[in-house]
Design a protein around this ligand. Structure first.
Ligand code: KIV
Ligand code: NA
Length: 264
């Protein structure tokens, strides 16, 4: 198996083959997902919640994500690794966007970056692409704009559908190789997918997109409490790890770990 590249994702989409993406923030999950054949990994600013314990993605910085992205690149010899440009690293200017993108390629070795916004971010996308940095767009619900959007809500309902379509077209026209559609009605996501040439990657956007992405702690059942409706749990790691920790603590209390086979 060779490294997945941007053109491979386009070719899969052109053949009608749906493809998957998972987030990863460390070397071991990157190894596992890469060995499982997941063709694209995202070092998301969702690390704000899943790694650093923030309530939102807003506090995440480039300095936070670069070492995580580096670890994912080390762990994944085959996947295309995409890093999120965090809030504050690209809003002010195209120059900022390119500087942040360059850091991820130079210091972490990622293959592409993702940033939020359609029409409003088209100039940033173009500047990055012109610098030789492949860009994945992200429209619909964009968590970095949570306060402007009034919280976690489905985007593009009713009259807002035309604006979402315009965002999708702007992202493609600016040179992005793919675009995430987050929390968009399934019929609208399918219509956008029909309209665009580049692959659409859905999260809470129904079955009509070209690809899907999930946060790994959600899909593996490690996240506590309620997960969004669009998550399917493929494992129950929270129970598995909790049971293991309880058994270990009990063994240590009882003096049954370590045994002679663990001792020198
Ligand atoms: O940060 C992230 O994990 C994301 C995906 C959910 C698309 O942006
Ligand atoms: Na993100």
């Amino acid at each position: 198996r060779r490294r997945t590249r941007v053109h491979h994702l386009q070719e899969m989409t052109d053949r009608g083959e749906k493809w998957s993406m998972l987030t990863s923030y460390d070397v071991l999950t990157a190894q596992v997902f890469d060995e499982a054949g997941v063709p694209a990994l995202l070092v998301g600013d969702s690390a704000g919640g899943t790694v650093f314990g923030h309530a939102t993605t807003l506090p995440v910085t480039v300095d936070d994500l670069v070492p995580l992205a580096r670890a994912v690149v080390v762990g994944a010899p085959h996947a295309l690794v995409v890093a999120d440009l965090p809030f504050g690293s690209y809003e002010a200017s195209d120059t900022d966007a390119v500087a942040a993108g360059v850091r991820f390629l130079k210091e972490a070795g990622v293959h592409a970056v993702k940033l939020e916004g359609g029409v409003r971010s088209a100039s940033r996308i173009r500047a990055l692409v012109d610098a030789g940095i492949p860009v994945m767009g992200h429209i619909g619900f964009t968590p970095q704009a949570e306060h402007a959007l009034g919280g976690y809500r489905v985007q593009g309902r009713g009259d807002a559908a035309d604006a979402l379509r315009a965002d999708a077209v702007a992202v493609q026209a600016a040179g992005a190789f793919s675009v995430v559609l987050e929390m968009v009605p399934a019929d609208l996501a399918a219509a956008v997918t029909d309209e665009l040439r580049i692959p659409t990657v859905g999260i809470g956007a129904g079955a009509g997109t070209d690809a899907q992405v999930l946060v790994w702690q959600d899909f593996a059942g490690l996240t506590g409490g309620r997960t969004p409706r669009f998550v399917k749990r493929y494992a129950d790691l929270r129970t598995t790890l909790g049971d293991a920790a309880r058994a270990y603590a009990e063994d240590v209390r009882a003096g049954t770990f370590p045994g002679p086979e663990h001792s020198f």
